[in-house]
Design a protein around this ligand. Structure first.
Ligand code: 9MR
Ligand code: 9MR
Length: 869
């Protein structure tokens, strides 16, 4: 049932609460003239925000009044509305609601103060007849309940004729001035509440008035002081506005649980020192995607009974279903089966650009196992590592999860023979915004395809190209389907290079608008070239102005609107045939950016790779911080320089508690964690029968722009790092989203791979990998491994991963096996020993269906990376 439709029953039941119910009452004496105003921007001097509407045309401010159009014949008053959320009401207090209203040609309206979600209980209401001449309406009522976030709705949908409705001077006076909000920030000593890696950086921040160094003490769970030292005064931190000092206890390396740090009479939350800290975070952050799946029943046996639910949007009433979705009126004349995929965030929309970058990050976390020493072999991301239905199918589970979205992305492509064939529809979502909470299978809204866009098309091309190379060893048919879709999409985008998603198309779902697709063109060309090796894509990527530009932004390395860095990072890491000087330049651009993020991190007293200004704290900003850490991590993978690893590791401290609010933004990870994220599915805060978001769900994080009414009302004037509230009403600071959890999953996987974060040894082997001959469906490769260390090896195992579908057919002078793309060559008994300075050689014949066959960027000897020439 529509959440708005339910109001009728609630309204009828609550008529007794109406004190005047008249079209125009007089102010009740109980509301004093100086009673506080509870409506924000009731005179519309600040534009339309935070007002919203449903079932109407766009909201516009005209001569100081908020106006919109309403179609005729909707049938019910509540079929269209204009309102504001997060209006605080106090039980027993008197309120005076007043406003001016006009309607042309004229209609009855109702103003309702109500619970903002199911069952939409009415607290007070007034009916009025609106005509072309504005009239003043005024009524008083006593609030029957406490509600810190009630909803004021003008129901305007009842007229047989279309109307133009305008509201002016909307006011609700009464109750109390909301006391200034004081978040509970716990102890003033701020640590990573999960812990620290034994060999990694260990930093904390202390909020204190003291300006001289203080003594710190690290205490074990047994109560013994195990280390102590002096703090470093840091002055006033711009991001938090706090006077702070920092603690560096990196030199303490003893693993253990339940450590605490005491400074200035305050004791931190407890934490561990361990090399296995992040193993489960890698799994939890990936498991989030299964919980967000659309079009499949969620199995409680896999992730807990409280998360079990029927399949969403398969067309079972009350769902309209994603199995045959028409376009918005006038956009196309066909319907598509766009079932599956992941729900984007707290809403039930599915958006190609955001789905694409999230999928890319999962695929990249997997691809990293082919190119990064600490991930090599990929056992931790293999089959049966996640609790997904595809577990045990001999395909790495992270690829199975990515495929759930890939299949959806492919369905969003315009079919051959239709206008704009090969392009991708930008998004599919509800016609109108729904209320919270709402299980996917209970969503009654019509679903609509929105117009194709160049951005979505190129995003699909990029991710499908990456799909083609990564799935090649596991499912050749699916890889081929991805490859074809990628090429078709890219060609369609070149034919239609400027079709942009509209910023105004944001009713019922996010707009995800973007009017610069130069970066999408670059990223897609890179992925297509890496996969196919075809010259045309190389020409396009090298001709892009972004190929030589600095693509790493200080505030956030990448997001759905800016994707050039995704191409840059893949060119830097995925094996390819760029000339070596060109490749060196590309890789240097990554380390140069990483150096900048390190400088930023060192300048921040809370130690995060994000500048301290309000403009850096944006919607979903936690993902920007993580994506900057991903650049640091990639710089480490490329260089083995521990300073970059330390930067990436330290970035996690901020997310897990070392921040002004002393909160971990990852549910279930720390002593005090976010758990009331904005999500229609996991709405425990609104309905105790529902679960909180599952462990491993990342909150969007502090957003200084306060773009939702609840945060705007509660946090006005906040210092950037304080602009967050763990409340389900605050979608602009506290939503979950697939593109945020994908960043967390990539970083968590990197962190888990660092184990103890011990010193990085210099390579003790040198490899020459020479492909002597290639023919259309095969090649001949010889590998020579030299022991450049000081001790002899007795037995060896050499490992690398092919870039695509290459398969070993025969081999000599080694035992060679292959799992997926990963090749393992072990010694024969006669060549087991490699003396210092000596070398061994082995060789193989491989098969391939074509495509590039580059020298791997990572070859390990007994798990340690070798220099490659
Ligand atoms: O709930 C929605 C959330 O998921 C989105 O991130 C957000 C911005 O696009 O808008 C939604 O919030 C709506 C809220 O649930 C009800 N009032 C209207 C809001 C949209 O304007
Ligand atoms: O993450 C998106 C953020 O960058 C935008 O500023 C914001 C407003 O357009 O929208 C965010 O994305 C939301 C989307 O519009 C609707 N689904 C929920 C997304 C996360 O809040």
């Amino acid at each position: 049932m529509s959440p708005y439709r339910r109001r009728r029953t609630a309204l009828a039941a609550a008529t007794a609460l109406l004190l005047t119910g008249a079209t125009a009452g007089t102010a009740h004496a109980a509301v004093p003239p100086d009673a506080p105003e509870q409506i924000r921007n009731g005179d519309f001097s600040a534009g339309t925000s935070p007002w919203f509407s449903y079932g109407t045309g766009d909201l516009k401010v005209v001569d100081g009044r908020l106006c919109t159009t309403v179609p005729g014949g909707l049938g019910n008053l509540w079929d269209a509305g204009i309102g504001q959320d997060a209006v605080p009401l106090i039980a027993g207090a008197e309120y005076e609601l007043s406003f001016d209203v006009s309607a042309t040609p004229g209609t009855a309206i109702t103003a309702v103060l109500q619970l903002g979600h199911d069952p939409y209980t009415t607290y007070g209401s007034v009916n009025a007849t609106a005509t072309a001449t504005a009239r003043h309406v005024d009524t008083t009522f006593t609030a029957p309940a406490d509600d810190p976030a009630a909803q004021l709705i003008f129901q305007v949908g009842g007229s047989p004729q279309a109307q133009t409705i305008c509201l002016g001077n909307v006011s609700l006076r009464g109750g109390e001035q909301a006391p200034p909000y004081e978040p509970d920030t716990g102890p003033r000593v701020r640590v990573n509440q999960v812990g620290y890696l034994p060999g990694g950086p260990k930093n904390a921040t202390v909020v204190t008035d003291a300006t001289d160094p203080l003594t710190w003490q690290l205490t074990s769970a047994a109560g013994t002081v195990v280390a102590s030292g002096r703090t470093t005064p840091r002055g006033v931190d711009p991001a938090s506005g706090q006077n702070v000092q920092t603690v560096d206890f990196s030199s303490f390396r003893t693993p253990g649980t339940g450590y605490t740090l005491a400074v200035d009479g305050e004791t931190s939350h407890p934490f561990d020192i361990s090399g296995t800290l992040y193993d489960r975070l890698r799994v939890d952050s990936l498991q989030f995607f299964y919980a967000q799946r659309s079009g499949i029943a969620i199995d409680g046996n896999l992730i807990g009974a409280q998360y079990a639910r029927p399949a969403g949007h398969l067309g079972v009433a009350p769902n309209r279903g994603d199995t045959s979705v028409p376009c918005q009126p006038g956009v196309c004349d066909y319907s598509l089966d766009v079932r599956g995929g992941w729900y984007d965030a707290g809403d039930h929309g599915k958006y190609v650009v955001n789905g694409g970058i999230a999928t890319h990050q999962l695929l990249s976390a997997f691809e990293r196992t082919k190119t990064a020493e600490t991930a090599a072999g990929g056992a931790a991301l293999g089959d049966a590592t996640l609790r997904v239905p595809e577990r045990g199918n001999h395909v790495p589970d992270i690829l199975d999860e990515a495929r759930w979205e890939l299949e959806f992305l492919l369905r969003m492509q315009v079919p051959a023979g239709k206008p704009l064939a090969g392009m991708a529809h930008h998004k599919i979502h509800d016609r109108n915004w729904t209320g919270l909470p709402l299980a996917p299978q209970a969503d009654p809204e019509p679903r609509e395809l929105h117009p194709p866009s160049t951005a979505a098309t190129l995003n699909l091309a990029a991710v499908a190209a990456q799909c083609a190379r990564l799935f090649a060893p596991y499912d050749a048919a699916f890889a081929a389907r991805c490859g074809t879709a990628a090429k078709t999409a890219y060609a369609a985008a070149k034919a239609h290079p400027t079709i942009y998603a509209s910023a105004a198309d944001g009713n019922g779902g996010g707009a995800y608008d973007d009017t610069n697709v130069t970066d999408e063109f670059y990223w897609a060309a890179v992925e297509l070239w890496l996969t196919t090796g075809e010259k045309a894509y190389l020409n396009d990527l090298t001709a892009s102005p972004l190929h030589t530009a600095d693509v790493f932004d200080a505030g956030g390395a990448f997001g759905w609107q800016s994707v050039a860095m995704l191409g840059r990072l893949d060119l830097a890491t995925v094996p390819n045939a760029l000339p070596s000087a060109e490749l060196a330049r590309i890789r240097a651009s990554v380390t140069t950016a990483a150096d900048r993020y390190l400088a930023t991190l060192r300048g921040q007293a809370y130690g995060l790779p994000l500048p301290g200004g309000a403009d850096a704290y944006v919607w979903g900003g936690n993902s920007n911080i993580i994506n900057n850490a991903v650049v640091l991590a990639t710089a480490f993978d490329l260089t083995r320089d521990a300073k970059y690893r330390d930067g990436a590791v330290q970035s996690a401290d901020y997310l897990l508690g070392r921040n002004a609010l002393n909160i971990s933004y990852v549910t279930g990870w720390g002593s005090h964690t976010a758990q009331n994220q904005h999500t229609r599915i996991f709405g425990h805060q609104l309905n105790p029968d529902l679960p909180h978001p599952p462990a491993g769900s990342l909150a969007g994080g502090p957003n200084a722009a306060l773009q939702d009414p609840y945060a705007a009302g509660l946090l006005a004037g906040c210092q950037p790092m304080f602009c967050y509230v763990d409340d389900i009403n605050s979608y602009s600071t506290n939503e979950v989203a697939i593109n945020w959890n994908s960043a967390l999953a990539w970083l968590a996987s990197f962190l888990a791979d660092q184990r103890d974060a011990a010193a990085v040894p210099a390579p003790t082997c040198a490899v020459t990998y020479t492909t002597h001959g290639s023919w259309p469906d095969g090649f001949n490769t010889q590998v020579t491994v030299r022991n450049t260390g000081k001790s002899a090896l007795n037995g060896w195992s050499v490992r690398w991963a092919f870039a695509g579908d290459q398969k070993v057919q025969s081999h000599w002078s080694a035992q060679v096996s292959q799992t997926g793309a990963t090749v393992t060559a072990t010694n024969e008994s006669w060549n087991a020993r490699i003396a210092p300075g000596a070398e061994i050689t082995f060789g193989l014949i491989g098969s391939t269906s074509g495509g590039p066959n580059p020298t791997p960027t990572l070859i390990t000897l007994n798990g340690k990376s070798c220099t490659i020439s």
